[in-house]
Design a protein around this ligand. Structure first.
Ligand SMILES: Cc1cc2nc3c(=O)[nH]c(=O)nc-3n(C[C@H](O)[C@H](O)[C@H](O)COP(=O)(O)O)c2cc1C
Length: 208
């Protein structure tokens, strides 16, 4: 009986590569070829000190052996939760490719120099809005947000907008990274990499 299984073009799940990084890069590159507006969007899960999880989407801004980087307001809910508990999970889902990548690791703040460098590349309005928004705090209405942004635009026009002290990056270490490729009739392919103390990975195939 045919299972409808098609060999995967980027990976032989029975003989996976030892290093998950090039595989992730390949899958992200495949996603970037799609018409989808944010192929680098990932769900970030954090856990508050009382054990309650929360999740939201952020954009991946760089992936390396050191981890998956994103930028945000560190005074936000996620920032507060990360200050209490570094343990996080990240999730990419590319529906058109029938693929999912799950990452688990510890989130550490990027250095001031690294955050400055990234902030400086952002468009003027994005830099203004990083100042204007007390991310995750209540605000009366849209007009109030626009009033704040307008005031800051006046204040900073003609000068370099500095990075707000509460704004910066995090890098999530790649302690566990799992690749999932959907297949017909739910006989999906999964491989999970777990990082060892020497930095190399142990890889196992998992039942779908
Ligand atoms: C496609 C998409 C991309 C987003 N990218 C970011 C991002 O890179 N950084 C960020 O702080 N928020 C980003 N957000 C907003 C977050 O999902 C979230 O609303 C915000 O960070 C506040 O979350 P918090 O209250 O849990 O801290 C994005 C939302 C979407 C839908």
């Amino acid at each position: 009986m045919s299972t409808g299984h098609r060999p995967n073009p980027t990976i032989d799940f029975d003989h996976p590569p030892a290093d998950p990084l090039p595989l992730f890069d390949q899958w992200l590159a495949d996603a970037k070829k799609l018409a989808t507006p944010n192929p680098n969007a990932m769900t970030l899960a954090t856990v508050a000190s009382d054990g309650a999880p929360s999740a939201r989407v952020v954009l991946l801004r760089g992936m390396s052996r050191d981890g998956a980087r994103f930028f945000t307001n560190r005074s936000s809910r996620k920032g507060r939760e990360l200050a209490e508990n570094q343990r996080t999970a990240l999730l990419f889902f590319w529906d058109e490719l029938n693929r999912q990548v799950r990452i688990e690791g510890l989130a550490s703040p990027t250095s001031d120099a690294e955050s400055d460098e990234y902030f400086a590349q952002r468009p003027f309005d994005s830099r203004i809005n990083a100042w204007a928004s007390d991310q995750s705090e209540p605000v009366a209405n849209r007009a109030e947000l626009e009033r704040r942004a307008g005031q800051l635009t006046e204040r900073f026009t003609g000068i370099d907008v500095p990075r707000p002290p509460h704004w910066g990056g995090y890098r999530v270490s790649l302690d566990r990274i799992e690749f999932w490729q959907g297949d017909k009739y739910r006989l999906h392919d999964r491989i999970a990499y777990t990082r060892n103390a020497d930095g190399r990975y142990t890889v196992v195939r998992l039942c779908p």
